[in-house]
Design a protein around this ligand. Structure first.
Ligand code: ATP
Length: 235
């Protein structure tokens, strides 16, 4: 894949009634790159992922994902764009505990035509099995089990499978290993990275854990790319 997966230009973002959290003049993620995004607590990492996912809208500037300027889209169109092009893993996984593993993963397809086509091309259950295998889970024994009866580490992998099911262009993961011990975190990110490389998926993973650095193509410190007003004078 060529080009840029993500491009932020002259971006400003403030929560209503607050000073700007993000002032990012220039940030790019080359297509296919696996990036680790680090930064102190409260520095704005989740907010940045929210802007790239199109859940939040920049007050100023351009946020481009796969060439599309998200500022040109309505809220509903941004939701459709996200469903078609982005896989998202949140800190709390957001699995539905009463649904089976299979149905939680299939939910990731929603009504998005591009991702649905990608999964249907292979056969949905075959794609789910392939993903679970790639993520180190035994599909035969787990597929029909309610997600609420899995360990935390297994749930994390199911959340990754849900995000990857439709072969999105971009994977955004916010502290996906926060509930895992160091060895499990390394193993999880390693298999997730392989799954992304196999399908040419670019990704941004937020984590505080410096030991994960070798698993990524590049590392960005948010403080190096974000200059909210207080730091701007000193910069
Ligand atoms: N909905 C909101 N309304 C107002 N302020 C918010 C809101 N969400 C986050 N903030 C503030 O914006 C700043 C950045 O928050 P954000 O969650 O992006 O940081 P973070 O780097 O992801 O933090 P952590 O590592 O602790 O998860 C913080 O000061 C936070 O208090």
């Amino acid at each position: 894949m060529t080009g840029l997966a993500v491009e932020l230009k002259q971006v400003r973002f403030a929560y209503p009634g607050h000073d700007p959290v993000l002032v990012i003049d220039d940030f790019t993620l080359p297509a296919g790159q696996q990036l680790l995004l680090r930064g102190t607590s409260g520095s704005g990492k989740s907010t940045m992922l929210g802007l790239i996912a199109g859940v939040l809208k920049a007050s100023q500037g351009q946020v481009r994902v796969a060439g599309q300027d998200l500022g040109d889209l309505s809220g509903a169109a941004r939701d459709r764009f996200r469903a078609n092009h982005c896989g998202v893993i949140f800190q709390q996984f957001n699995l539905l505990p009463f649904l089976t593993v299979r149905d939680n993963i299939a939910l990731g397809l929603g009504f998005a035509s591009r991702t649905l086509r990608n999964a249907a091309a292979q056969g949905l259950d075959a794609r789910i099995k392939e993903l679970l295998d790639a993520l180190g889970l035994d599909a035969a024994s787990l597929c029909n089990r309610p997600a609420g009866r899995l360990s935390v580490g297994q749930q994390q992998r199911v959340a990754a499978a849900r995000a990857l099911i439709g072969k999105p262009r971009l994977l955004l993961a916010d502290e996906p290993t926060s509930a895992l011990d160091p060895a499990s975190a390394q193993a999880f990110l390693s298999v997730m990275g392989q799954a992304c490389r196999q399908d040419g998926i670019s990704c941004i993973v937020v984590s505080h854990d410096p030991t994960l650095t070798p698993l990524f193509d590049a590392v960005s410190e948010l403080a190096d790319i974000n200059r909210p007003s207080g730091q701007r004078a000193a910069a």
